[in-house]
Design a protein around this ligand. Structure first.
Ligand code: GLV
Ligand code: MN
Ligand code: MN
Length: 421
């Protein structure tokens, strides 16, 4: 491991990182210590303003692409060389924690701060990205910023997506872009698809493996595959007191049979398959009206591509088989195959941890991340740190400050190593 890589790691200021995490946790704070910072919301805009403020203070360049992905750039000795990119997302789940996503962005900013403080010049530029709409809770699907950046879907394909209130993504995005330009008038326009030399994302693990092993650093080997579905059941609303059960077209009754059948489909004695119905919207949503319309979502995940494809292809027929008096429409809104990360990036993360005296272990990611799409553009990897009891997508999400600092140190050494390649 080179001297500058270790010097960068040593210059990480864990207190500054904690202070910034606490500041961001105030933006969209909700009871129970959590945050609600939906993509392209007023809270997301405030987070962007705070973030670009750090770049303005340090004189780093700021770039933004047409879906609002924000890039903070610290130049290199070879300014034209492809940069090494790090970062994550600033949006959250509706009842999210204070680390999911934002830790990776602020750990990246802390690396740039450490390089400035230690006066280290890297060969390649190093950039920090805050990806737009990673969570997908407001505008589905998730990982949208990196997906569009990597060309897996076009911007046009997502602009008409609406949130639960009927707001078009295009409108929320245009407000967000205008606010970003106001906060950083010198923002540089960045096209989609620019391939960095490498991408490394730091994140809390969101599962129990590292904590159980008592290990502060996870070297992530890849991400399991995932499919999302939106299923609409169309029946007919009726009076709860008069409509006989035999003639009702009760959309909820049939949606519940579909969900039960899907749970059977996903049943797995090995407990590897992940199956979640996380959204159920019933209309007209009144105790004495028979539900005339139901929308529910399915989030299906598996590390094996063939198994995931087989299960995903069975979702629509399984729903149709339960539709007796109602119509059903099944839309697959996301289909991500499992991804394996580049060996040399994982090796660099592992060597960095070892050089810093930090135990590490290799593990796959159960959660998805923007790294999944970046892996199609450049050699990619991730650094995980433990989180308490593996709890995430929950206000109670917590991570030990010492582990967060350790993760930022490993990230610093890794980025500097990759920036010299
Ligand atoms: C990310 O938030 C995921 O759903 O895995
Ligand atoms: Mn995340
Ligand atoms: Mn998340």
């Amino acid at each position: 491991m080179r001297g500058p890589s270790l010097a960068a790691a040593a210059a990480i200021d864990g207190d500054r990182l904690q202070d910034r995490l606490a500041r961001f946790a105030c933006i969209g704070a909700i009871p129970g210590n959590g945050v609600n910072r939906a993509a392209f919301s007023a809270e997301d805009i405030r987070a962007r303003e705070l973030l670009v403020g750090y770049a303005v203070a340090r004189g780093w360049d700021i770039a933004c692409d047409p879906i609002g992905n924000l890039f903070l750039r610290r130049g290199g000795l070879e300014p034209q060389a492809p940069a090494v990119l790090t970062g994550s997302h600033m949006d959250s789940q509706p009842r999210g924690g204070r680390f999911d996503g934002i830790y990776g962005v602020l750990a990246g900013v802390e690396v740039l701060e450490a390089l400035d403080a230690a006066g280290i010049r890297t060969r390649r530029p190093i950039e920090v990205v805050a990806w737009s709409n990673e969570e997908g809770g407001r505008f589905a699907p998730c990982t949208m910023g990196s997906m569009v950046h990597a060309g897996a879907r076009s911007l046009d394909e997502v602009l008409d997506i609406r949130d639960a209130q009927g707001v078009r993504l295009a409108d929320a995005l245009s407000d967000t872009l205008a606010a970003t330009r106001a906060a950083a008038p010198a923002v540089i326009h960045r096209p989609f698809g620019l391939a960095p030399a490498a991408y490394v994302e730091a994140h809390i693990e969101q599962g129990p493996v590292l904590e159980t092993a008592g290990c502060p650093i996870g070297v992530v080997t890849g991400i399991q595959g995932m499919q999302w579905f939106e299923i609409e059941v169309e029946g007919e609303s009726a009076h709860a007191g008069t409509a006989p059960l035999s003639t009702r077209r009760d959309a909820l009754r049939e949606a519940l049979s579909m969900i039960a059948a899907l749970q059977q489909l996903a049943a797995d004695p090995q407990d590897v398959t992940r199956f979640t119905v996380g959204r159920l919207r019933v209309s007209p949503d009144s105790p004495n009206s028979v539900p005339g319309h139901v929308l529910f979502t399915v989030d299906l995940r598996h590390p094996d591509a063939d198994t995931l494809a087989r299960l995903g292809d069975a979702v629509e027929p399984t729903c149709r088989a339960q539709a007796r008096h109602c119509a059903v429409r099944v839309r697959r809104t996301l289909a991500d195959a499992p991804v394996r990360f580049a060996a040399h990036v994982a090796d660099t993360v592992e060597r960095s941890a070892r050089a810093l005296g930090l135990p590490s272990l290799r593990l796959p990611s159960g959660a998805t991340h923007d790294a999944l799409y970046m892996a199609s553009l450049c050699p990619t990897g991730m650094v995980f740190v433990p989180c308490e009891r593996g709890i995430s997508h929950n206000e109670a999400e917590h991570a030990d400050p010492a582990d967060l600092t350790a993760g930022a140190r490993v990230l610093a050494a890794t980025l500097v190593e990759l920036a010299e390649r």
